[in-house]
Design a binder for this molecule. Structure first.
Ligand code: SIN
Length: 284
């Protein structure tokens, strides 16, 4: 017979409120720096699948090991192929931009590391230092981008795969942070243009301006035209939100159905935080 939960045993429900009708939710009532129990984990997972990106509000700085353990609850952690690692915590990618930076991470629309054969499920980013103003992140809903296509376009794209490359993105990208990538080979992979989310079963557009270079089955000129159209389509404001960060906010996004873009409009101010990335499935 199932155990009847007494009131005191029942997990407190998370406070999850939609950020916009398009995607995203703000989450309160959980202190990530204290770690998650199984019940909270289940609620976070369900909220992520419903909203695609979660913004955890009113947080304290999460110790690196606790952030790693939070990520590991969702799967094995992904090691970034190019970015510098945090001393003592190779799973952590430090996001850091200041007046001396030559580039900022994520400045163009992308799904994280879609150039990997098995690209990431999700990413958990906490920002500890923010510019006084600016440094927002845009997120876009790739289920909505797929749904908005006409039926003939969906049919045409259904059988196609696209090449995702990273040499042009990562080569010498982090040299200003001490990374010497001489001799290193950066990943590339082919993925379906339309992918089915392994947990929700919904279809999402899976191409992005940063990594996707070619639709394999089309002629070069056709590929350029179709990709150009798809990039513009999935970057449409109809599918987007713009998130304004507060100190210590944590964003957790699902790379399988959402893209994002970080805005570097705050030079010479500093923006800094830590990110862990969770391994996903081979897109299908
Ligand atoms: C990224 O991980 O792509 C950067 C996101 C951000 O800094 O807002």
């Amino acid at each position: 017979m199932p155990r009847i939960l007494k009131q005191a045993d029942a997990p407190a429900p998370l406070d999850v409120r939609p950020y916009s009708p398009v995607l995203g939710a703000e989450v309160r009532g959980i202190d990530l720096a204290s770690g998650l129990d199984k019940a909270a984990y289940e609620q976070v997972r369900a909220a992520l699948l419903s909203h695609q990106v979660l913004f955890f509000k009113e947080q304290r700085e999460i110790p690196p090991q606790t952030q790693i353990e939070f990520g590991r609850m969702f799967g094995e952690l992904h090691m970034h192929p190019a970015a510098p690692q945090m001393d003592g915590y190779p799973e952590i990618f430090e996001i850091h931009v200041d007046r001396d930076s030559k580039i900022a991470n994520g400045e163009f629309w992308h799904s994280d590391v879609s150039c990997d054969e098995v690209p990431p499920l999700g990413t958990i980013l906490q920002l500890h230092t923010l510019p006084e103003v600016g440094g927002d992140t845009l997120f876009a809903n790739m289920y909505a981008a797929y749904d908005a296509l006409s039926e003939p376009m969906k049919r045409m794209l259904a059988g196609l795969t696209a090449r995702h490359e990273s040499e042009h993105v990562y080569r010498e990208r982090y040299s200003d942070r001490g990374v010497d990538d001489t001799g290193k080979q950066y990943p590339q992979a082919s993925h379906p243009v339309i992918r089915t989310h392994p947990e929700t079963g919904a279809k999402a557009l899976y191409v992005n301006r940063t990594f996707t270079t070619r639709i394999n089955e089309l002629e070069q000129a056709e590929s350029e035209a179709v990709l150009g159209y798809l990039f513009d389509h999935c970057e449409s404001i109809d599918f987007q939100i713009r998130y304004r960060w507060e100190r210590n906010d944590v964003a957790f996004w699902d790379n399988r159905c959402a893209m994002h873009r970080a805005i570097w409009d705050y030079w010479p101010a500093e923006r800094k935080g830590r990110r862990v990335t969770i391994k996903g499935d081979r897109p299908a």
